[in-house]
Design a protein around this ligand. Structure first.
Ligand code: COA
Length: 159
């Protein structure tokens, strides 16, 4: 079975992430969304909250599973016998970092292939940080995140 792993910190999940998950679910037999801990970031939402938000917004996609994992992505891939990593590319500026990650992951586990999916044009500007910035100032999140997540995110900022 062709399984693709879509890793990220998803703090929180955005419409851009859901776009990549939806398109990947049409390309692969199964998509595993792996919510990983990025040591460089201090998340606003707990791991459990991020997993729960992703499960909520992907519940209509039967071949999508959401899991949490800490440690190296390459170890997660090896332990589960997965070989395909999906990454979304929004702009040329994403490329250098993503290329470095792809080569590092392949060096750590030589069965890994990273497949890049270009972001849909309407989400090219979007990131989890942008969502948090808009929410902090009580801005309208409806164009940025799945509508089920709006109250949860806004309440974290006291609205
Ligand atoms: N639409 C919207 N936003 C997107 C996006 C898309 N298609 N693609 C990426 N983004 C956003 C993310 O939300 C994130 O935004 P933020 O910086 O505001 O939080 C940003 O772009 C970076 O995304 P990404 O590159 O996926 O980073 P991440 O922090 O979400 O996840 C891990 C990175 C978790 C995959 C990576 O750190 C990892 O693999 N960690 C495990 C340890 C490891 O194995 N390291 C590699 C070996 S050194």
């Amino acid at each position: 079975m062709k399984v693709a792993v879509y890793p990220g910190s998803f703090d929180p999940c955005t419409n851009g992430h859901l776009d990549i998950i939806t398109r990947a679910s049409g390309l692969f037999e199964k998509v595993v969304v792996a919510v990983l801990i990025n040591e460089k970031k201090h998340p606003l939402f707990s791991l459990e909250e991020r997993v729960d938000m992703l499960k909520t917004v992907t519940r209509h996609l039967e071949n999508v599973e959401v899991v949490a994992f800490s440690g190296l992505l390459a170890d997660f891939m090896r332990q589960n016998n997965y070989s395909i990593i999906i990454k979304g590319l929004r702009a040329v500026s994403d490329f250098e970092y993503e290329f470095q990650m792809a080569l590092t992951n392949r060096t750590l586990f030589d069965k890994i292939e990273t497949v890049f999916i270009p972001s849909s044009s309407e989400f090219m500007f979007l990131s989890s940080s942008i969502v948090k910035e808009v929410a902090k100032y009580n801005g309208d999140l409806t164009p940025l995140v799945p509508k089920e997540l709006v109250p949860r995110i806004m309440s974290r900022f006291g609205y």
